[in-house]
Design a protein around this ligand. Structure first.
Ligand code: AP5
Length: 214
């Protein structure tokens, strides 16, 4: 299965992609996670990307497309894209990649959440550096024994979350239109609790006979 999750910053893409990847045995390809990892490792890519990430700006298309190209070639059993594509140019490059490999997308799910909720989710997010698990101080509180080791992402300050939201609204909306025109896009209300959002997405995927066979 080849899936894509679209949605604004902190809409719940990572949370749902993790669950869907486990449920369907897919490789979870998160460009944000790969870029953050490159920054931690101090690779050439990480050095180039660091400033864009901390300011909430998009990393140049060619760098991200190169990363994704490599990642899909290492996911022969299927993938779920999280955070890519973010621009029309990335979407078109991705279409070409998939056509060349004869890998049609099965579904593109757009998770929709109100802006005020996005800011609340982004600023309250905390990550466990040991397991990579995503928590939220209010909505998905961590067990007490690990609370002390949780980290906040550099780009989760209120100011940077707002900047990322502005960029999403002015750039990534073109990507939504792109997949809508291909009749691949399904909108999902992401405002409920994670289990409810997951059940909704799972139900949609199970209804599609092509995916149910896989
Ligand atoms: P990236 O890591 O992709 O960030 P993002 O798209 O802004 O999305 P987030 O990771 O912030 O949120 P999410 O939707 O995954 O939500 P989550 O599940 O964590 O990108 C970061 C940066 O990398 C970009 O700004 C850019 O610089 C660069 N980059 C990445 N990809 C790029 C690309 N393709 N091109 C160029 N640059 C790129 O949930 C958020 C919080 O809410 C969590 O605390 C969670 O516990 C909670 N939560 C989740 N679901 C629910 C729910 N249903 N109810 C209540 N709380 C919930």
């Amino acid at each position: 299965m080849h899936l894509m999750l679209l949605g604004a910053p902190a809409s719940g893409k990572g949370t749902q992609a993790t669950r869907l990847a486990q449920r369907f045995g897919l490789v979870h390809i998160s460009t944000g996670e790969m870029l953050r990892q490159a920054c931690v490792e101090g690779s050439d890519l990480g050095i180039l990307a660091a400033e864009y990430l901390s300011d909430g700006q998009l990393v140049p298309d060619h760098l991200v497309v190169e990363l994704v190209l490599d990642a899909i070639d290492r996911a022969p059993g299927g993938f779920i894209m999280d955070g890519f594509p973010r621009t029309l140019r990335q979407a078109k490059a991705f279409d070409t990649m998939l056509q060349q490999r004869d890998l049609p997308l099965d579904a593109v799910i757009l998770i929709e959440v109100a802006d005020c909720t996005l800011i609340e989710r982004g600023t309250g997010r905390r990550i466990d550096p040991v397991t990579g698990q995503i928590y939220h101080l209010l909505f998905a509180p961590p067990p007490a024994e690990i609370a002390g080791r949780l980290e906040q992402r550099d780009d989760d300050s209120a100011q940077v979350v707002k900047e990322r939201l502005y960029i999403y609204q002015h750039t990534t909306s073109e990507v939504v239109t792109h997949y809508q025109q291909q009749n691949l896009l399904t909108r999902v209300d992401g405002s409920g609790p994670p289990d409810k959002v997951f059940d909704h997405i799972f139900g949609l995927l199970s209804l599609n006979p092509r995916q149910a066979e896989q």
